[in-house]
Ligand binder design. Structure first.
Ligand SMILES: NC(=O)c1ccc[n+]([C@@H]2O[C@H](COP(=O)([O-])OP(=O)(O)OC[C@H]3O[C@@H](n4cnc5c(N)ncnc54)[C@H](O)[C@@H]3O)[C@@H](O)[C@H]2O)c1
Length: 319
């Protein structure tokens, strides 16, 4: 249980990390430490808990051994969410490599010889695409540098678990959505489409729109992190983590227009993006075997996210 644990959340001011932080505080963690270099993280993601005395926010970088090492050593559980995302890997691959590989290596090295439990956030991008749902042991064929750096980090995790007894498990996330996800960027299609439609702009579909996504609500993702953290037989294992929702990008655009557009509009089509996977669909039986089942229905999660975006846009225009 998280109660009485010292919890470190790397990337804790980001989208998923901030939800893990809030959950850990809600579940009475003794202390929750966030390390984030704020390249993508935002203080406002943590504002609901900012006054909680059990929360410590450290502006810092997972690439910096001096900073990360003592934080790992004083923790009981580490949720390692800090990462450079796909767009960074396209523009500045050296940063992607440093954060995703060296940053993860630093955490694993610091954990050697300790009892700390690590849940490492990986991604379906390590796998690629296939006609059938891909189990964890599907041959990984990443199509981006981001996928390559995250796959390498996975390999480090599994090696450190096997060879050095580091208590790390790997969760591969797929298309997480919900409040706090950046809607200005180029990732997070649910939030991007919602914000465009709410602003009176049509969603932009890259490619045909036939690409399938298995959207997973962020709180379900947090549930799975906690579930795995407290099952010892998950150490050294990889789990695909996704909901059973299957939606094409085209259907998503049409659904959001139908539900939320204030005037008639059609999606706009643009050329396909480099390395985009058309069917990045996982087989999720392994994590379901641990008891994971998503709680959030897609349309309900969409509505919650839409309300959050509306509020966020309103606040931004106020300040
Ligand atoms: N959101 C998704 O759909 C999704 C899908 C697959 C995998 N993931 C993985 O989940 C994790 C969290 O992703 P997210 O969507 O919350 O992204 P995010 O960008 O919102 O969060 C990542 C956080 O890490 C921080 N960060 C980046 N580089 C850092 C560094 N060198 N040192 C310290 N902090 C740093 C950022 O400032 C940010 O707050 C990542 O590991 C990502 O690869 C996310």
């Amino acid at each position: 249980m998280l109660s009485d644990a010292t919890v470190l959340v790397t990337g804790g001011a980001g989208f998923i990390g901030s939800h893990i932080v809030m959950r850990a505080l809600k579940e009475n963690a003794r202390k929750v430490i966030v390390i984030d270099n704020f390249v993508a993280g935002k203080h406002k993601n943590l504002r609901n808990v900012a006054r909680d005395k059990k929360l410590e926010i450290i502006p810092g970088d997972v690439r910096d051994v001096e900073v990360i090492q003592p934080l790992v050593k004083q923790s009981d559980v580490v949720f390692h969410e800090a990462a450079s995302k796909l767009v960074v890997s396209l523009k500045t691959p050296r940063i992607d490599l440093g954060t995703n590989i060296v940053g993860t290596f630093n955490i694993l090295e610091a954990a050697k010889g300790t009892n700390v439990r690590i849940i490492h956030a990986s991604t379906g991008s390590v796998l690629g695409s296939a006609d059938k749902p891909m189990p964890e042991n599907h041959l990984p064929e990443p199509t981006t540098l981001y996928g390559i750096s995250k796959l390498t980090a996975e390999k480090y995790c599994l090696f450190y678990a096997r060879e050095f007894g580091v208590r790390v498990s790997v969760l591969r996330y797929f298309h997480v959505y919900g409040p706090h996800q950046d809607y200005h960027g180029e990732a997070g299609v649910v939030n991007i489409f919602l914000s465009r439609v709410l602003g009176g702009e049509p969603p932009v579909i890259y490619g045909t729109g036939e690409q399938i996504r298995c959207f997973t609500y962020v709180e379900d993702n947090v549930d799975a992190n906690i579930l795995v953290a407290f099952q010892e037989d998950t150490v050294g294992e990889v789990y695909n983590l996704a909901s059973r929702a299957r939606v094409t990008v085209k259907d998503l655009a049409e659904m959001i227009i139908e539900k939320y557009a204030s005037e008639k509009m059609e999606p706009v089509y643009a050329p396909a993006r480099q390395g985009e996977n058309l069917r990045p669909i996982p087989d999720t039986e392994k994590i379901e075997g641990l008891g994971f089942k998503e709680k959030m229905a897609f349309e309900e999660g969409l509505e919650i996210t839409k309300r959050w975006i509306e509020k966020d846009i309103q606040e931004d225009s106020y300040y």
